[in-house]
Design a protein around this ligand. Structure first.
Ligand SMILES: O=C1O[C@H](COP(=O)(O)O)[C@@H](O)[C@H](O)[C@H]1O
Length: 258
């Protein structure tokens, strides 16, 4: 697949979190439809934190083909799958337990390997290889959509400011044992995977993220982890934010339309 210069982010802002979530659901359904038409499936990676709750408008929307979704986690905390810190548990509680998604199509970490994070992250990488390698011949998997959040420090997935993982060029899935945000042991997609996606959508809401968003969008040269998400193969990064979160940002907004 050709590498192209990254296109500029597209920033959508909404007056309320309800409007944001509704627009996000419509955007996801459109991406899903295009992907199923092309490939017969929809590959999506989901984050934890506030994101799973922001997907709740999908629950009763017509047009979601849950049977075609292949779900991975953009990052996961290395805790049992039913632990309160697990991104899988959060997504299950907030979304998957409420919709007819196929359990086999939700790709979780293998917690039985938790004593050895290298082995655990390799196993998750192999899970990705099984899903993507024969279907797309790219060096890295090409997700139809990766859904990300960003923390107050500008981290995304489990890629934290100043961490050596920010320069990983080879691995698809890496691990960290020193996450500054608890819990410390995690796995994460690397930039090569995130930046090969067809679409990456950040979802950010609330005034508490206003300073972070200003730095990420107006000062990308500062290199916060979220600013480094620039799909190039080719792909597009979108920002779905609410007005309080974007209140300090000068970066131009685009009116939302499908
Ligand atoms: O620890 C994590 O934090 C980020 C951001 O979470 P948020 O609650 O501030 O939206 C999240 O995207 C990531 O998946 C998670 O593991």
């Amino acid at each position: 697949m050709p590498t192209t210069a990254p296109s500029s982010p597209i920033l959508y802002s909404f007056p309320s979190s309800t409007e944001l979530c509704d627009a996000l659901a419509n955007f996801i359904i459109k991406a899903q439809k295009e992907s199923i038409e092309k490939k017969g499936r929809f590959s999506v990676a989901i984050s934890g934190g506030s994101l799973p709750t922001q997907l709740n408008a999908l629950i009763n929307k017509p047009g979601v083909r849950w049977d075609k979704w292949q779900v991975f986690y953009a990052d996961e905390r290395v805790v049992p799958l039913d632990h309160a810190d697990s991104n899988h548990k959060l997504c299950t509680d907030e979304l998957f337990s409420k919709v007819p998604i196929l359990k086999d199509n939700i790709h979780t970490i293998d917690f039985s390997l938790a004593d050895d994070l290298e082995e655990l992250s390799d196993a998750y990488e192999k899970e990705l290889i099984r899903e993507f390698a024969q279907k797309d011949s790219a060096r890295f998997p090409v997700f139809d959509l990766i859904l990300l959040g960003t923390g107050p420090d500008g981290h995304t997935a489990s890629l934290f400011p100043g961490h050596p993982l920010l320069t990983e060029e080879d691995r698809w899935v890496a691990y960290i044992e020193d996450s500054p945000k608890p819990p410390p042991r995690r796995i994460t997609f690397t930039y090569p995977v995130i930046n090969h996606a067809s679409r990456v959508a950040f979802v950010v809401s609330g005034a508490a993220k206003a300073d972070t968003l200003q730095t990420v969008l107006d000062k990308p040269e500062e290199g916060l982890p979220a600013s480094r998400v620039r799909p190039t193969h080719p792909g597009q990064v979108y920002w779905f934010v609410d007005d309080p979160a974007v209140s300090k940002v000068s970066f131009p907004r685009t009116p939302f339309k499908l």
